[in-house]
Design a protein around this ligand. Structure first.
Ligand SMILES: Nc1nc2c(c(=O)[nH]1)N[C@@H](CN(C=O)c1ccc(C(=O)N[C@@H](CCC(=O)O)C(=O)O)cc1)CN2
Length: 279
């Protein structure tokens, strides 16, 4: 068996064409703001990527860069400035923040109507309640990629590994809800029987950041595997799955080229949604 490769890069490119057309039809300009604190190379690259995407589809970019020494109050002051900026339809605070900055306070300061990441308490609360809200980009990306490849999740055993704020936590809620209806298990660093859980799952979505942790012999034959983990090894990016899993799986979303490009495109979608909802 050789798995179908779920090509997020190609799908994201197609969606961007639709997004550019949708922006052309809007009767107002759309602006995305980013707040980057510090100079972590990964975060710098992700934020640059977000602004390149904006330029490609016709969204205005607003960049706020703060030093790693910025205090929680200084970051919140930037959040408040974007909350008040009429040219900013929505914005994100790039995570993780430096250790000295209180992430909870910063995210709570974002106006939910401008929360392009769906990570404010209000929007995450709406997700839990099943109310219509802006959904975090990576969970939304994973659902869109699986839907594109017609992967049925209803009643299916889905294992999500990693309970982080941007992926595992919101994803587990989203997948368990109607109309997706998956039977979700959320595993994390304290889970005792991880190898049993992996072997038993029909779909495994891994966001551990543990290089090639999941080997072909650990997964169920015919399972669907989604790699969200990123480990940097020099210039190389390594996912949570050993690439040889394609010999056992029925479908595989690799890292790079799977969920990541879709995450970027879902941010653009969220910003348009926020612009449309502007009063
Ligand atoms: N405020 C947020 N912070 C973070 C989020 C988020 O959704 N909101 N997610 C990640 C980082 N991230 C976006 O911000 C992100 C991660 C990976 C990719 C991506 O395209 N990955 C490529 C590999 C590219 C590379 O690292 O060189 C791929 O998988 O093909 C895009 C966005 C944490 N922070």
């Amino acid at each position: 068996m050789s798995a179908i490769i779920m090509d997020g890069k190609a799908l994201a490119q197609r969606i961007k064409v639709d997004i550019a057309a949708a922006i052309g039809k809007l009767d107002k300009p759309v602006g995305l703001g980013t707040i980057l604190v510090g100079d972590d190379p990964g975060s710098v690259a992700y934020v640059e990527g977000k602004h390149r995407d904006c330029a490609e589809v016709g969204i205005k970019s607003i960049k706020v860069n703060l030093p790693a020494s910025a205090t929680t109050n200084e970051v919140i002051a930037s959040v408040n400035a974007l909350n008040a900026d009429p040219s900013c339809s929505g914005f994100i605070v790039q995570l993780p923040l430096p250790v000295g900055v209180n992430t909870q306070k910063v995210l709570s300061a974002i106006n939910p109507a401008k929360d392009a990441d769906g990570l404010t308490p209000n929007n995450l609360g709406n997700l839990v309640l099943g109310f219509n809200s802006v959904v975090a980009c990576t969970p939304k990306a994973i659902v869109a990629l699986l839907a594109e490849y017609k992967i049925n999740l209803s009643g299916v055993k889905v294992l999500v590994i990693g309970r982080g704020m941007t992926v595992g936590r919101p994803l587990s809620i989203l997948l368990s809800q109607k109309p997706i209806n998956a039977t979700v298990t959320l595993a994390h660093s304290a889970s005792k029987n991880l190898t049993d859980l992996i072997k038993d799952a029909d779909v495994v979505i891994a966001a551990m950041g543990s290089a090639q942790f999941i080997k072909p012999e650990m997964v169920k034959k015919g399972s669907v595997l989604v790699d969200v983990g990123i480990t940097r090894d020099g210039n190389q990016l390594v996912g949570d799955f050993d690439p040889k899993v394609i010999e056992v799986a029925s479908a595989f979303a690799p890292m790079p080229g799977g969920v990541g490009p879709m995450t970027r495109v879902m941010l653009l979608k969220n910003v348009i949604e926020l612009a449309r909802n502007e009063k």
